[in-house]
Every structure is written in C-alpha cells, then in structure tokens.
Design a protein around this ligand. Structure first.
Ligand SMILES: NC(=O)c1ccc[n+]([C@@H]2O[C@H](COP(=O)([O-])OP(=O)(O)OC[C@H]3O[C@@H](n4cnc5c(N)ncnc54)[C@H](OP(=O)(O)O)[C@@H]3O)[C@@H](O)[C@H]2O)c1
Length: 327
C-alpha cells in the first residue's frame, strides 16, 4: 500500500511517499481504508524524532483518521465491514490502510463529511477532556486561550463559547485573531508576552481570568500565570513555543490558583468509556453544526511534507487535513 513514510527521523522534508506492507487487522481492532487524516503538532515532532513516543522506522505518521472499516478483529465488538469511523492511533494515519484499536474508534453517523471529521479527534478530544475532566469550565467564567488560531487553540475557542464561557483569544497575527473571532471568541488580542498582563487587566477590569488554556508554554505561560484571577486554573496543554516553563509555587499559593496537566492520549487509554462519552457529545455537535472544525487546507498523501512544514512554520490556522481517498 502507499504511505507517507519516515525512514530516518530528523527532517520533515525527508518524508517520502512509498510502498509498505498493508497492516494486519489487530485481534482487538479494525482495519480501516483511510479517507482522511488530520495533521497535528506531534506529527512534526515524530518526523523530527523529538516526540515522547518513537515508533520503529519505516513508519507513517498520522495520529487521527476517518475511513471505512475493511475488517474487524475477533475480539473487536460493535463494528462491521462498511462502517464509517473516526479513530486515533499512535502512528499510521497517513496511509491507504490503517490498523486501529476498536476502543479508540467510533462509528460516524451518515451526513458528516469524513475530511471534516478527521480534524476533530485530537484537538476537540483534548479540549473537551480539559474542560470536562481536568477542570470544569463553567458558564459565565472568563477563558483565555493562547495560540488561539492553532489546532487545539481554535477548538478551545469554539468549545469554550459553546460551554458558555467568555472567551479571550490571544494570537500572533491579525489574520489569526480574525479566525478566532469567527470561531466565537468575544475578544482577540495580540499575544506578545510583554503586554499580555496589561491587556488582560484592561479587558477584565483588573480581576483576571478564571481559566487559561495554554498549548504554547515558554514566556507566554509565565505571563499567563500573572493573568489568573483568585482561585484561577491554568491548563498545561503543550509547549509549541519550544520552552517548557518552570513554576514557582508561591505563585500558586498567593492567589490560591492551580496549574493542571492535560494528557489526552493517556486519558483515552486509561478511561476509554469516559473518552467515548466525550466523543458522543462531539459527534452530536458535529451533526447539529454546533461545532465546525475549520480546515485551513487539504493536502494529498504525496504532499504530507508540505502539510507538516506549514504547521512547523506557524502558517496553519485551524487544521490541515490529508485527503487520502476523496469522497
Ligand atoms: N496535552 C495533550 O493531550 C495535547 C494534545 C494535542 C496537542 N498538544 C500539544 O499542543 C500544542 C499545540 O498543538 P496544535 O496541534 O494545536 O499545534 P498548532 O496548530 O501548530 O498550534 C500551535 C500554536 O502555537 C503558537 N506558537 C507559538 N510559538 C510557536 C512555535 N515556535 N511554533 C509553532 N507554533 C507556535 C502558534 O500560534 P501563534 O502564531 O498565534 O503564536 C500556533 O498556532 C503542541 O505542543 C502539541 O504537542 C497536546
């Protein structure tokens, strides 16, 4: 089968379209004919050999996908050949066929475009988990989203609004701020760390924000800690900015606030039923149009290096999607 292959991790541009053996159907899983796969920051880290998980080369990146079931493993209940599904995996989405665990797959109802659904699992799964299990984002609370026009960032803007929060989006360019306002943000500000505290003070009458959603880290994390209201929470999502910040605990004590770690992949493996319940809500919202994942650009399998380079160069707004099999 055809796949976008990493043979020697290191450089994005070394990924090449090639032939590799079709995966076997796992006993507790599914073999899926891939229609589309979402592009995520961890794919860039996998290509560079910098991700916490290191599959054995040659392998295809791609951690989320949609497609049609070709085969069902003997221990995999609830699915049949021909079902349309969305699924996550630790590798292999940028290929014609993918083997996935049934516990990390969900049937898709008719009417949901497979390329749009491919943009959902990781960014919306992470974000709903953050706002539901890691903290409870309550109606009327003020939410500050950093890197707000990225994949998880725009999901946080849209879900924050849907859950009734006042959403302040921070992003680096005018175009990205416009995209965040389109996705439902109430306010959009430049995220230059030096002015962040002042901008938040003036937008909140000096009170600060109840929740910070941080996929960037670095200086932005340090400044965002100063933007928290008393008893506020900062959600540690990622370090797209490159630096993993350190936290002085007196900052937690003084305002009785909390720093909360979020690792969706581990949660989905540890609590598949709770994860499934989150996804049932997401699929309902997809069906009703309550969420509309923004697709920045569609790429072919041969264009995977360009898709990853666009993400690494901070040009993607929302999601890039690889369309393996146009519907
Ligand atoms: N905890 C979890 O379970 C989980 C799940 C998914 C993703 N993540 C992590 O969340 C982070 C964001 O993932 P994503 O897929 O949303 O990525 P993304 O689409 O590239 O978004 C990242 C955003 O961060 C900002 N940014 C600041 N400095 C950057 C830099 N040096 N390089 C790239 N972007 C930079 C950019 O916004 P501006 O240009 O506006 O600054 C960009 O839009 C990553 O670290 C990823 O590993 C964690």
């Amino acid at each position: 089968m055809k796949a976008a292959l990493i043979t020697t991790p290191g450089r994005i541009e070394d990924i090449a379209l090639g032939e590799i053996a079709e995966p076997a159907c796992p006993p507790d899983g599914l073999l899926v004919r891939v229609h589309a796969a979402g592009v995520n920051f961890p794919d860039v880290l996998l290509a560079r050999g910098q991700y916490q998980e290191k599959p054995t080369p040659p392998f295809a990146p791609g951690l989320e996908l949609t497609g049609v079931v070709e085969a069902v493993g003997p221990e995999a209940g609830g699915f049949k050949r021909g079902d349309a599904v969305m699924a996550t995996t630790s590798q292999g989405g940028f290929a014609e066929l993918a083997a996935v665990k049934a516990s990390l797959a969900l049937r898709l109802p008719a009417g949901i475009p497979l390329d749009v659904a491919a943009a959902v699992p990781i960014t919306y799964g992470t974000t709903l988990h953050a706002f539901t299990q890691r903290t409870t984002l309550a109606k009327g609370e003020t939410l500050l989203v950093l890197g707000a026009a990225g994949g998880v960032g725009l999901a946080a803007v849209e879900l924050g609004r849907l859950l009734g929060a006042r959403v302040i989006a921070a992003a680096s360019t005018e175009e990205k701020r416009k995209a965040a306002l389109m996705a439902g943000a109430h306010d959009a500000i430049d995220e230059a760390p030096a002015e962040l505290v002042q901008r938040i003070k003036s937008l909140t009458g000096g009170r600060g924000v109840d929740v910070v959603y941080d996929p960037v880290g670095g200086d932005l994390f340090d400044q965002a800690m100063r933007c928290l209201a008393p008893a506020g929470r900062i959600l540690v999502i990622g370090f797209a900015g490159g630096r993993i910040p350190e936290l002085k605990t007196n900052r937690l004590l003084l305002k009785e606030c909390s720093a909360i770690g979020v690792y969706w992949g581990a949660f989905a493996r540890r609590e598949p039923e709770a994860n499934r319940a989150n996804f049932a809500r997401l699929i309902d919202w997809l069906k009703t149009g309550a969420i509309r994942p923004p697709i920045w650009q569609r790429f072919t399998l041969a264009e995977v290096p360009q898709a990853l380079a666009s993400l690494a160069e901070r040009r993607v707004i929302g999601k890039a999607v690889v369309v393996v099999r146009p519907s």
